[in-house]
Design a protein around this ligand. Structure first.
Ligand SMILES: COc1ccc(S(=O)(=O)N2Cc3cc(C#N)ccc3N(Cc3cncn3C)C[C@H]2Cc2ccccc2)cc1
Ligand SMILES: [Zn+2]
Length: 313
């Protein structure tokens, strides 16, 4: 496993950002704005955000904004709340939220809330607790939570809680680590964690650790580095992270590095990608790996960025 090959990961991220036609940019071309958030947040955690041209990135992001106020995954793509959050998070990284027309963006997001408190992802109306988190996280970062009915949003999320203490994408849907992160993150941001049974959910989450030290997303599944974020951030938010073996998880993530060319894969010896490089480095940050900037488990942004937004520091 060795130690974190920080310099190699910085070079890998910068090479993907530059390459326009490689596998990564083709596969995630429709997710280019998400890919930019994953890559740039990784660089910031590694202390190398100044390696990119801030103004060039900011002007490209603003070209992804639709006249509705929402952002698409690339220039000219349909707006979706997922990409709108990525745009806000990247602007927050660069301390450039002021380039936004905050009323326009927050109205776009608020208009996606339904009567029952749930959120659609875009105009096509698919409902998922993922979108509740993305909407609440976005509006909190813009100081515009007052534009939605927070009580109904919280009640809808609680209606998706299962008997195992976990959460699914809609009421009655099975518990899955990705949805648990979204629901626990949204409840944390709205000061509603008292609706969570921390011991019951903590137990479900710590059971995700397999003997290799990695975390899986559901019982009997294979471990995957991106669950180092979905499960770990949830455990930290509900204050039960001491229920897993942090050292073994650190070693699992380090084992998933491509030590030659940089990048991190979902599990040892698989192909690396920007998504798992980000969630691996962010996971190590949550595990307080030395030399990495601290990341906020609910906002998925460096703590210093979150402090600046909420404490004006
Ligand atoms: C390589 O096959 C794929 C399959 C799906 C996707 S995707 O739908 O666009 N997407 C984003 C994603 C990006 C990359 C990268 N670079 C790699 C994977 C991956 N997955 C798939 C995955 C990750 N762990 C296990 N699995 C199977 C998550 C998925 C959904 C998601 C989107 C946004 C935010 C969080 C999650 C992309 C590539
Ligand atoms: Zn994964």
């Amino acid at each position: 496993m060795g130690e974190l090959q920080s310099e190699k990961h910085v070079r890998y991220i910068l090479s993907v950002e530059k390459k326009k036609d490689g596998f990564e940019s083709v596969v995630i071309d429709h997710l280019r704005l998400n890919g930019a958030y994953w890559g740039l947040t990784t660089l910031d955690i590694l202390g190398k955000l100044d390696a990119v041209d801030k103004d060039e990135v900011v002007s490209w992001i603003m070209e992804c904004q639709d006249e509705s106020g929402g952002f698409g995954g690339n220039i000219g793509h349909d707006p979706h709340v997922l990409f709108t959050l990525s745009a806000i998070q990247i602007l927050a990284l660069f301390d450039k939220i002021d380039v936004l027309d905050i009323e326009k963006v927050s109205n776009y997001i608020a208009n996606l809330q339904n009567e029952d408190g749930s959120f659609a992802g875009d105009m096509w109306g698919e409902i998922d607790t993922r979108f509740s988190y993305v909407a609440i996280c976005s509006l909190a970062l813009l100081h515009r939570l007052d534009k939605i009915n927070v009580d109904k949003a919280v009640k809808y999320i609680v209606s998706c809680k299962n008997l195992d203490g976990g959460f699914g994408c809609t009421p009655g849907a099975e518990s899955h680590a990705g949805q648990i992160f979204c629901c626990v993150g949204a409840l944390a941001i709205t000061g509603s964690l008292h609706y969570v049974d921390k011991d019951l959910l903590g137990w479900w989450l710590c059971e995700r650790q397999v003997k290799s030290g990695g975390l899986n997303g559901r019982p009997e599944k294979l471990p995957d580095v991106c669950y180092s974020w979905w499960v770990l951030s949830s455990l930290i938010i509900i204050d039960r992270v001491h229920w897993i073996d942090k050292g073994k998880l650190v070693n699992f993530i380090l084992d998933c590095q491509d030590k030659e060319n940089g990048g991190i894969s979902d599990r040892p010896d698989d192909a690396v990608d920007v998504f798992h490089t980000y969630f691996g480095i962010a996971g190590l940050s949550l595990l307080e790996y030395q030399g990495l900037k601290a990341i906020d488990p609910a906002y998925a942004l460096p703590v210093e960025v979150v402090n600046k937004i909420f404490l004006g520091k």
